[in-house]
Design a protein around this ligand. Structure first.
Ligand SMILES: [Zn+2]
Length: 258
């Protein structure tokens, strides 16, 4: 469970198939009352469950110590980004070579040491800005709500009561599974990319880092461009944003239809 955009890591956003994974809609539709229950659960309750889910993920990961050089670097480069929409952000490094990172609705940002090794400071800022964008735009909260509905349908009654206080380990495990495998839509990915670019611009960091970060992810062993057709579109969007142009003016091509 160490990755980048999905829950476990959006980096799946970048590498595998989009950030949050595929929600099992057929199961969701079949969930009936559970789907209704999921619709009723509050954002705050979801964030409470998100925090417990993240704590469980942290407990099975190798987390860099506070005085580790990776942790110090991460906190230094993201020092200006301490909260999003009033939700405090907390940062940790998972010591694993996979190029990945992730954000959960509770404001937990996680990045793998392998990604930090591969990227310079501004490239990391773009990738993490992208992750934070999914939180800021409510993408991750919506994905968790979907995962909650799916998990509620699969677990024993009461295992996923809509308050964080009563959630069980098995319920939490189901919730995490759904979230990690979730996938953001292409439009959500483009939105998050824009957020990451805006973050670079607002703080006067190098905007070219967004392009180079995306290229590095694309050429990594994850086969990004082969498995994630929208990546080329994302790259062209970022190039337009860097020039100060509206990506909507880009001409469409076959890639856009995917
Ligand atoms: Zn993403």
């Amino acid at each position: 469970m160490k990755g980048f955009c999905g829950v476990a890591l959006c980096i799946s956003c970048f590498l595998l198939n989009g950030c949050l994974g595929s929600v099992n809609y057929s199961r969701l539709i079949g969930a009936g009352s559970q789907a209704v229950q999921a619709a009723a659960v509050s954002d705050d309750d979801l964030r409470g469950m998100s925090l417990k889910m993240r704590q469980q993920m942290d407990s099975v990961a190798t987390v860099a110590a506070d005085n580790d050089k990776y942790t110090k670097r991460l906190k230094r480069i993201m020092a200006k980004e301490t909260n999003v929409n009033g939700v405090p952000l907390n940062y940790k490094v998972y010591m694993t070579p996979e190029l990945n990172a992730s954000a959960t609705p509770d404001g937990s940002i996680r990045v793998n040491s392998g990604l930090m090794d591969a990227m310079n400071d501004d490239e990391l800022r773009f990738v993490l800005g992208h992750e934070i964008g999914h939180v800021a735009k409510g993408h991750s909260l919506n994905a968790l709500r979907m995962s909650y509905a799916t998990a509620a349908a699969k677990t024993a009654a009461g295992a996923l009561h809509p308050t964080a206080a009563t959630i069980t380990d098995s319920g939490l495990g189901e919730l995490a599974r759904g979230f990690v495998n979730a996938q953001f839509s292409q439009s959500q990915e483009l939105d998050a990319d824009s957020y990451g670019m805006d973050f670079l611009k607002a703080n006067h960091y190098k905007t070219s880092a967004a392009i180079s970060a995306m290229r590095k992810l694309g050429s990594s062993g994850g086969g990004f461009f082969a498995t994630h057709p929208s990546s080329e579109r994302r790259l062209r969007n970022l190039e337009a944003l860097e020039r100060g142009e509206d990506p909507k003016t880009l001409t469409t091509d076959s890639d856009d239809k995917k």
